[in-house]
Design a protein around this ligand. Structure first.
Ligand code: GEK
Length: 240
C-alpha cells in the first residue's frame, strides 16, 4: 500500500536540504506521482522504448533507480532483460530490493549502491536517467553523459527525463505556477509546496532543454528528440 507523503505538512523552523533518506523512501511512490506530472505515463513508455532498443546480449542501466519503477517497466515489456539498477541512497535501494524480491523480479537485476558519476557503463543498449541528472553537480554532468555514450552500443538509447528551467523569467513563472497547480490538485497545501521548494533549492538544479540537447550532442549523440513534455517536465530520447 502507498504511504502518503506528509513530510512537509507541518511548519518547519528551518527547512533542511532535501535528501533521499528513509523517510523519503517510505513515501516515495506517493511523493513522485503527486509531484511529477505524467510520471506513470513516462515510466510505462520507458518500458516500451526499452523493448524497442534492447539488443540481445546487452544490458539496460537504470541510473538513480530509487524504488525500481523504471526497472519494473523495462521488465514488463521485456521479461528477463538484464538490468543494472544503481542508486547511492541505501534507504531507497533497500526498498527497491524488497519490492523486486516480493514481485519475484530480482533475478538478472543487479542492484548497486554507488555514485553514478563513478560508474563504468559497459555493453549497454538502454540507459535511463529518469529525473536523476538534475541531482548531479553541473560540473559532473558532461563527464557522466560521455561515459554513458562510450558504454552504449551503436544504435543504443539514452532516455533522459528532467525537470527543466525555461529560457525567460516570464515563461519560467508560468510553468512553475502550472506545476504548483498540479501539486495543489493532488492535495499538497501551499505550505507543503513552498517548504519542498526550499528543500530542493541548490539540490535539484534544472537546466533548459537547449542546454540538455547541446550537451548530449557535444558528447556524441547524433539524434536527440523530446518525446514527452508536460510543462517543465521533459523527457529526451538520445540515440547513438
Ligand atoms: C524513478 N528514476 O522512479 N548516484 C546515484 N544515485 C543518485 C545520485 C548519484 N550521484 N544522486 C541522486 N541519486 C526514479 C526516480 S529520483 C527523482 C529518481 C526524484 C538518486 C537518488 O538517491 C534518488 O533515488 C534518485 O537519484 C532521484 O523513475 O526524486 O525527483
Amino acid at each position: 500500500m502507498k504511504v502518503k507523503d506528509q513530510i512537509y505538512q507541518q511548519p518547519l523552523t528551518e527547512v533542511a536540504g532535501f535528501s533521499f533518506d528513509a523517510a523519503v523512501a517510505q513515501v516515495f511512490p506517493d511523493m513522485i506521482q503527486r509531484s511529477v506530472p505524467g510520471y506513470l505515463t513516462l515510466v510505462e513508455n520507458i518500458g516500451v522504448i526499452g523493448a524497442q532498443f534492447y539488443q540481445t546480449g546487452s544490458r539496460c542501466y537504470d541510473l538513480g533507480c530509487s524504488l525500481g519503477a523504471v526497472s519494473f517497466s523495462l521488465r514488463r515489456q521485456n521479461p528477463q532483460v538484464p538490468i543494472v539498477a544503481v542508486d547511492n541512497s541505501e534507504a531507497m535501494l533497500a526498498r527497491c530490493d524488497e519490492h523486486l524480491r516480493r514481485a519475484g523480479e530480482s533475478e538478472n537485476i543487479e542492484l548497486r549502491c554507488a555514485d553514478i558519476t563513478q560508474l563504468k557503463i559497459e555493453n549497454a543498449s538502454v540507459v535511463v536517467l529518469n529525473f536523476t541528472l538534475q541531482f548531479i553537480e553541473l560540473a559532473q554532468r558532461e563527464a557522466l553523459l560521455a561515459e554513458i555514450y562510450a558504454g552504449l552500443n551503436r544504435g543504443g538509447v539514452l532516455i533522459l527525463s528532467e525537470k527543466i528551467a525555461l529560457e525567460s523569467a516570464e515563461k519560467e513563472q508560468r510553468f512553475v505556477d502550472l506545476h504548483h497547480g498540479f501539486k495543489r490538485a493532488n492535495g499538497y497545501s501551499d505550505l507543503e509546496i513552498s517548504q519542498k521548494r526550499s528543500a530542493l533549492e541548490n539540490v535539484l538544479i534544472p537546466e533548459t532543454v537547449q542546454q540538455h540537447q547541446q550537451r548530449l550532442q557535444a558528447v556524441g549523440f547524433e539524434s536527440v528528440e523530446v518525446w514527452f513534455q508536460c510543462w517543465n517536465f521533459v523527457s529526451l530520447l538520445a540515440v547513438k
